[in-house]
Design a protein around this ligand. Sequence first.
Ligand code: AMP
Length: 223
Amino acid sequence: MRLVLVGPPGSGKGTQAKRLIKSLGLTYIGTGDILRESIRQKTAVGREAEPLLKLGLLVPDPMVNDMVAELFRSAKRPERFVLDGYPRTVAQAVSFDALMRQEYLRLDAVINLAIDDEEVVSRISFRRVCSSPTCGAPYHLNAQPPKVAGVCDLCGAALICREDDLEETVRRRLVEFHKSTDALLDHYERQGLVRNIPALGSSESIFQTILKSLPPEPGPRLV
Ligand code: AMP
């Protein structure tokens, strides 16, 4: 199975990616993770990408296109995978389509975790993290509240709202998300690949809906 996973912050994309990897045995490809690793290793790409990531801006298309192409042309080429965070623009999708053709691979589906912007804002407003830099445990005021309000269960430090999770920041990220993603989905819609999955309800029921939307995988040849 070869999948692209699309969804705004707060859609549960990370959780569904993990479930897909585990249940279908897919390789996870997250361009955000690859970029953060390049920054940690202080490579040339990492040095160029660092200020952009800090500002929450997209890195240039050729940079991620080259990174992904290098991965698919390497000995570690993933055969069955879930892509998270790539392609993010139509230019990236066009480049990835060409790469797939060159590698004789075919995408099976683009999973779009669809959720209303207001629902995202409301969900994220319940998130808190421990303020201790050595702990940083995550909480959710509804789903996973701390035992004592405002205090970390693990280390006793105060809980805070991450800057990324402030309403103003979330709304800005949603605008950015729609700016590139709406056209990206149109691109894949024309190829008949988009599966719109409502990202509401339990993570298990969302996962089951995703599984049902996928085409059957060809089994191993018996002859
Ligand atoms: P993510 O972990 O997917 O949220 O990505 C973190 C950051 O990495 C983004 O805010 C961008 O700065 C950068 N990034 C990751 N993937 C891409 C991409 N496909 N195109 C451009 N920038 C990207």
